[in-house]
Design a protein around this ligand. Structure first.
Ligand code: PEP
Length: 258
């Protein structure tokens, strides 16, 4: 299996229904051809309609931003992995730092979400990353390694291959601060090395590792040029089609000879 190059948008809690459909339509009609694929991480209300809209486009995929860890039941207001799969979602973002911070999602809980997502044929986009204090102390690599060990490394190799990892330093998310290409590459290389230690080089070479944190058209070329940066998880710049499409162009350009 070849490593995939992905630009994944995380719309978060933005866009009314009509605004979201407009955005998805604009990305769909401008979707560049190339090695990169794109994922639209929409709010729940958009999933079915956006999924139908992009269904003919073999380079565009649909993602939810979260799922519940249980199969079904009395969890008012929650959405299950089976429900997401039933409306055509192919991916689900799991463990975004906002969910870890505002909804107290622990590494252990996230391991359960990863399991139920895979059970229902959803590919997890698993987020990891350190806060500023941890980075300042120089403990960012062990911190991220612990997140991966606790939430992913119970998976058998066949399931691990279905996971996309998104390294998102918390201090760079929505702040305008970006990890330098060297800082991103250092972490991505460490993540790939850790996966190789646990699953072997063949599997670690297949895993897509995205960078997230104020990635935008002006800094994407340098980030995507790094060999272990396989694309981006994009918040702010996924909310307008020209910027999002420019990021897909940048990834195509960076990886066309890879
Ligand atoms: C994110 O929230 O996943 C993210 C990367 O946001 P932004 O691009 O706005 O920093």
């Amino acid at each position: 299996m070849e490593r995939k190059y992905i630009v994944a948008g995380n719309w978060k809690m933005n866009k009314t229904f009509d605004e979201g459909i407009q955005l998805a339509s604009a990305v769909n009609s401008a979707m560049p051809r190339g090695v990169a694929v794109a994922v639209l991480g929409t709010p729940y209300i958009h999933l079915k309609t956006v999924g139908d809209l992009i269904s003919e486009n073999s380079s565009l995929f649909l993602s939810a931003q979260n799922c519940h860890q249980e199969e079904k039941g009395a969890y008012t207001g929650e959405i299950s992995a089976a429900m997401l799969a039933s409306v055509g979602a192919q991916y689900v973002i799991i463990g975004h730092s906002e969910r870890r911070a505002y909804f107290s999602e622990s590494n252990e809980l996230l391991a359960k979400k990863v399991d139920i997502a895979i059970k229902h044929q959803l590919q997890p986009i698993f987020c990891c990353g350190e806060g500023l204090e941890i980075r300042k102390k120089g403990e960012h690599i062990p911190h991220v390694c612990r997140q991966l060990e606790a939430s992913l490394f119970h998976l058998p190799a066949e399931d691990m291959k279905k996971v996309t990892i998104a390294y998102e330093p918390i201090w760079a998310i929505g702040t305008g601060l970006t990890a330098s290409p060297e800082e991103a590459e250092e972490m991505h290389k460490a993540i790939r090395g850790l996966i190789a230690d646990n699953y072997g080089e063949n599997i670690s070479g297949q895993i897509t590792i995205l960078y997230g944190g104020s990635c935008k058209p002006s800094n994407a070329d340098a980030l995507f040029a790094k060999p272990n940066v396989d694309g981006g998880l994009i918040g702010g710049a996924s909310l307008n089609a020209p910027d999002f499409v420019a990021l897909i162009d940048a990834l195509n350009k960076a990886k066309s000879g890879a």
